[in-house]
Structure formats: structure tokens, C-alpha cells
Design a protein around this ligand. Structure first.
Ligand SMILES: [Zn+2]
Length: 434
């Protein structure tokens, strides 16, 4: 049997659910020649010094040779490519050139929970990308005995998807080394680049924008050095590069505890050791990271509790209060989704924006959107039109939405940790004000 046929047969027999099978397929393992006899499950891989065999269900659970497998290297390489024709996998509708690992991940995260409902995915498979495909089709589990609609996705399938995504975590050691000989050292030449940039900007080193530009250049240099390295699977987060910059290039700007635009530049990298003249700034940075961040997180938590108490009596009691006031909103691609479920005021009357296509009709226009800010109802009551569909569906749960503001503070403080990077961004003043 050929490698590819074996792989697909094992996938269809759900072997991707067995951790041992996956490891024996993508890594070299060491076990005694007869170990397989203790548990001769179908498609079990048997590695020998002379070749690869598998427990063949069509041959009375005896060994069959995998003809085109090379002994001494893993049966399937992590980056090994494979050509597939449409229909070889139940959710594959076009011919693709991909990796064996991509096929494995597709079986685990898409075929296992959804069968052929979601198409084969190439490239990076992110939870959010799959959720985007699911969100409009998601339905409650139908009562037992009722037929299932193949065009919909049910909650139990979604839960299986969650399990499948978590299941992948155990293969990180197989496919994603966290460090490599290259990623453990500084990029050669980065110190010279730092010296050159500092010299070029020596009169403006107090300016956060200048330091941000230097940081950016150092990180770009480092990224170029690590391009194509095996550590790239792990370093998918920008933060990894920010941390490497501090470790191997330059600590950079420290703001300390006060809310201010002034920064102090620490030119040494952590690898170079402490510049004792910057001792106060380094201590401030430590305090900002350990104590201050904790204390500010507490503020966010307190705000959540306070908002819960202050808003616990709010409820949605009527269909429409008839308000003709609203918030002005410039409708753009970036805020289209926000409009869905709300009503805009046209000719003194509320017009419901029910779908994203309805919202698109207002693209580029400034509309007046009904808002709880202007609800006419008395005391703690609100109407369905002012609060919009999503909140109206949970009339007693408005305080959950209110408390979100506190959670936003909490998130901001929590994310302000050491790996934070100074950066500059362009602001479109007209768009910001519209
Ligand atoms: Zn109202």
C-alpha cells in the first residue's frame, strides 16, 4: 500500500483521534518489534529499521508494508507536501497541494465535528475563521428522532469542534518547537544597527515617536534574521519579537508609573546587562509591571461590580417609546455590524436595520441611530427599539451589558504588561471626528 492511501484510510478509520497513532505517524518512535501484538489495532504503525508496516484490517490484522515509506525518517514529515484530488476527503471539493499535517488538522477540526458541512481549509485554521462560517447556521440541538438539516450546524457539533481544537494542543511538541538554535541568540549585526540608529537620532531620543521608529527597525531586522526558521511556528505573536528586542537589541523606552508622554530610553539590551545610570527607570518599570498593573486591574474589577449594582433594576418593558432622537453615526465598512438589530430614524420614524445587507444601504451616510441614551420611558425602563435586538432578547439582563464597560477597563489594564511595545499609528482626524 502507498503512503497516501494508507494515510487517508487511517483518517477514515478515525485514527486521528488516537494520540499514539499521530505521534507514530509524524515522529520516530522506539518500541520492541513485537510491541504491536499486545494491541494490534487497525492501522497501527510499526516502525522497523528496514521499513514501515501497518496492522492491516483487510489482512486479518497482520502486517502489510507501506511501499513508498523511507526507513529512518518519520513516515510523514511535518512540512511534507501532498497533492489531493477533489473528493479524496469528504469535504474536499477542489484539487489542492497541501501538507499532510494540514490534512490531519482538517480531519480533526472540521471532518470530525461537521462531516462534509464545512469545506477543506488551507493555510492557517483559526477558531475565529471557523466560527465565522458557523455563526449564521448555528441552531439548538433538535429533539431526538427529528431529522437534522444538513445545511445547518447544531450546538453539539460546535461543542465537538471545541473539543477538537483543544485536542490539537497536545501535538505542540511534535510540530511547534518553542526555541531553535537560531532563536536563542541575537541576530548578528543588530548591535551595529542599533548604534547607527541611535547616532542618527541622537538629538531626539526623548521623543517616543523616534524611539518607536528605532524599535520598529530593530524588530524588522530581527524578523528578517528568523525568516524560515523552525521557531516561526511558535513565534506567531508580535509580542515574541517585542520581547526578543528587549532581550537582544535594546530595552527601549520606559514610561514608569506616571501617566505621561515623557519616556526614558534604556539603550542596553537585557543581554548586555544593566546600565546603572538607568536604575530608577528600570525600577519604575518593574513596579509598573508588578504592583501597578495589579492595582489597576483591581479598579476594573471594582467598576464591574459597581455597574452591576447600579444597573440591576434596568429592564426592557415596551416595544417602542417613540423617541425621535438618536446618536449620529457615519456608516463605514468597519461599523456595519454594529448597526444590525438597531433602528435608524428616517423621516421621524424608526426603520429597523435587520441584516447586514440592510446596513449596507447606509454606507457612507451619516444616520441617526436610536439609542438607550434617548429612551423616553420612565425611571429604569427601556424600550426594545432603543436598546436594539440583542439586548431586547434578554429584557432582564441589561446590567450584563452595562458591566461590560468595567470589563473593558479590566482588559486594558491587564494587557498593559511587560511585553508592551511603543508604536506609532496614523490617525485620520476626519474619520475619528465623524
Ligand atoms: Zn426607547
Amino acid at each position: 500500500m502507498k503512503k497516501l492511501d494508507f494515510f487517508l484510510a487511517a483518517m477514515d478509520a478515525l485514527e486521528y483521534r488516537r494520540k499514539n497513532w499521530v505521534i507514530s505517524a509524524f515522529a520516530l518512535i522506539q518500541e520492541s518489534v513485537d510491541a504491536w501484538k499486545e494491541n494490534p489495532y487497525a492501522y497501527r504503525i510499526v516502525q522497523t529499521p528496514t521499513g514501515y508496516f501497518f496492522v492491516d484490517p483487510k489482512n486479518g490484522l497482520q502486517l502489510t508494508k507501506i511501499e513508498d515509506a523511507k526507513p529512518g525518517v518519520p513516515l510523514f514529515g511535518i512540512y511534507e507536501r501532498v497533492s489531493l484530488k477533489a473528493g479524496m476527503i469528504k469535504n474536499l471539493h477542489i484539487d489542492v497541494e497541501t501538507r499532510y499535517t494540514q490534512v490531519l488538522v482538517n480531519y480533526i477540526t472540521l471532518v470530525f465535528p461537521f462531516g462534509d458541512k464545512l469545506p477543506f481549509m488551507t493555510g492557517k485554521i483559526k477558531v475565529s475563521n471557523v466560527e465565522d462560517l458557523i455563526i449564521d447556521k448555528l441552531q439548538d440541538i433538535p429533539p431526538e428522532g427529528t431529522a437534522r438539516d444538513p445545511s445547518l450546524i447544531y450546538v453539539d457539533e460546535f461543542l465537538k469542534f471545541n473539543d477538537a481544537m483543544s485536542f490539537l494542543e497536545q501535538f505542540t511538541q511534535l510540530a511547534v518547537p518553542a526555541a531553535s538554535p537560531k532563536s536563542m541568540v541575537a541576530a548578528p549585526g543588530i548591535m551595529e544597527l542599533k548604534a547607527k540608529l541611535i547616532e542618527e537620532n541622537k538629538d531626539r531620543l526623548y521623543d517616543p515617536a523616534v524611539i518607536a521608529k528605532i524599535d520598529e527597525a530593530l524588530i524588522a531586522f530581527d524578523k528578517e534574521y528568523l525568516k524560515g526558521d523552525v521557531s516561526q511556528g511558535f513565534m506567531i505573536n508580535q509580542k515574541s519579537y517585542d520581547v526578543r528586542k528587549r532581550m537582544f537589541a535594546m530595552m527601549g523606552a520606559e514610561t514608569g508609573l506616571a501617566e505621561s508622554v515623557n519616556v526614558e530610553l534604556i539603550q542596553n539590551s537585557l543581554e548586555q546587562g544593566w546600565d546603572i545610570s538607568k536604575f530608577p527607570a528600570m525600577n519604575n518599570s518593574l513596579r509598573a509591571g508588578s504592583f501597578n498593573r495589579g492595582a489597576q486591574t483591581m479598579l476594573g474589577g471594582e467598576a464591574v461590580k459597581w455597574l452591576f449594582r447600579a444597573s440591576s433594576n434596568l429592564s426592557v418593558t415596551q416595544d417602542d417609546c417613540g423617541s425621535v432622537l438618536g446618536n449620529k453615526l457615519m456608516v463605514k465598512e468597519s461599523n456595519l455590524k454594529r448597526l444590525v438589530g438597531f433602528s435608524v430614524i428616517v423621516g421621524g420614524k424608526p426603520v429597523k436595520v435587520a441584516t447586514i445587507d440592510d446596513a449596507k444601504k447606509y454606507l457612507g451616510q451619516v444616520v441617526k441611530v436610536r439609542s438607550p441614551m434617548y429612551c423616553n420611558l420612565d425611571k429604569t425602563d427601556y424600550c426594545k427599539v432603543c436598546v436594539g435586538d440583542r439586548l431586547a432578547a434578554h429584557p432582564k439582563a441589561l446590567s450584563v451589558a452595562m458591566a461590560e464597560y468595567g470589563s473593558a477597563f479590566l482588559g486594558i489594564f491587564m494587557s498593559a504588561m511587560h511585553g508592551k511595545k511603543l508604536s506609532v499609528a496614523k490617525m485620520d482626524i476626519m474619520e475619528t471626528m465623524s
